[in-house]
Design a protein. Sequence first.
Length: 250
Amino acid sequence: MPTIVKEVAGGGTDEPTIVIEPTVTAVEPTDIPTNVPIPTNTAATNTRDLSLADSGVTLLPVPKIYEGDLVTFKIAPFLPEGVGINDVRVQIFVDNRQILKEILNWRSLGGDTYGLYEWVWNTSGQAGQHTITVTVDPDDQIQVGDEDQNNNQVVMNVTVHPRTDLDPLDAESAWVTESNGCCTLHVVSGTTAYRDLGQLLELTDAAFLEAAEQLTEPLDQQYDVYFIDRVLGQGGYATGAMVVSYLDRN
């Protein structure tokens, strides 16, 4: 129950002030979702200091990781002025095992710097709960711009779900790869692109040859082309390969 206390300010009127006494409410425990950051220091970010926040760590695929998935990490720390992309090293541990120690390697069209480390964690036979530890500048090599080492690490719990939890169609899907004169095509079994793979091999060969002739550029390498069964937006999405949405609809 709230308590009413009368206070009289100098020269003011006699008005009641309501003081509410705090109560304690028990909270039932809940299941831990796939990616749960363990609470870290929530002090204000030093805008002149290298740091890594919980929101700067992304694991793919989403929304869930299933046993057998090859997990990609996107690590996006805050870089102060004067600290370059090649200055920052990233270290990733799964439980007590180091799986990566590399420099940042990507810059978005908007100029944001991050590390994209593809398929670095093979989860085969690893269903269950795991602790992921991500640290930037783990060896404290950056002396100017990273004076505070306490904000360089994120620790999070990740659940790898059993393969048996997958929808049967998804569980049986697999990447299928075929090559032609110009390219290596990647499609997923059971999709429209897989059904039309023979036709796509001919079309991509002809399209790349025509483009090379118009640009007067030789086809001096094999290009990776991925045909996927979903539509991706064009908000700055970019990769070293070509990704084409291919569905049975306009």
